[in-house]
Ligand binder design. Structure first.
Ligand SMILES: [Zn+2]
Ligand SMILES: [Zn+2]
Length: 131
């Protein structure tokens, strides 16, 4: 069981199941959405992710192509994304976890569109786009 929350604490969630590999996505959309060099993401099953507090504060940005980036309407923390085409999967923003997780970054994706000031470190595999 993992727990997590947004910056202001309004939204709290639990994950009762395994987390997928840790992926750093360097695409320009993730950089915008996070205000950062990349988003740190792990896939979880929709059925395993439960919002236990503050669901009414959850907001989504819809890119018009069936991708919804869900965030806290009070503090703006990005929490997870969901795709209409993949209803069983959520892509958790693992920076919002409050419990420790095992494992390290296992892949960098969309490195062809990474920020020019960002230096990718470590020996995890790097993929130009989505592998
Ligand atoms: Zn919040
Ligand atoms: Zn991305």
């Amino acid at each position: 069981m993992h727990t997590g929350s947004c910056l202001c604490g309004t939204i709290q969630y639990e994950i009762d199941g395994p987390l997928g590999p840790i992926i750093y996505c360097h695409c320009s959309r993730c950089r915008k959405a996070n205000g950062a060099a990349f988003s740190a993401v792990s896939q979880v099953a929709t059925a395993d992710l439960r919002i236990v507090k503050g669901e009414e504060a959850l907001r989504g940005f819809d890119n018009g192509k069936g991708v919804h980036r869900m965030f806290c309407g009070h503090c703006g923390s990005p929490l997870f994304s969901k795709r209409d085409a993949m209803p069983d999967i959520r892509r958790l923003r693992i920076g919002t976890l409050d419990t420790p997780i095992k494992g390290k970054v296992s892949a960098h994706i969309f490195v062809d569109s990474k920020a020019e000031w960002d230096e990718i470190c470590g020996d995890a595999p790097r993929y130009a786009e989505f592998p």
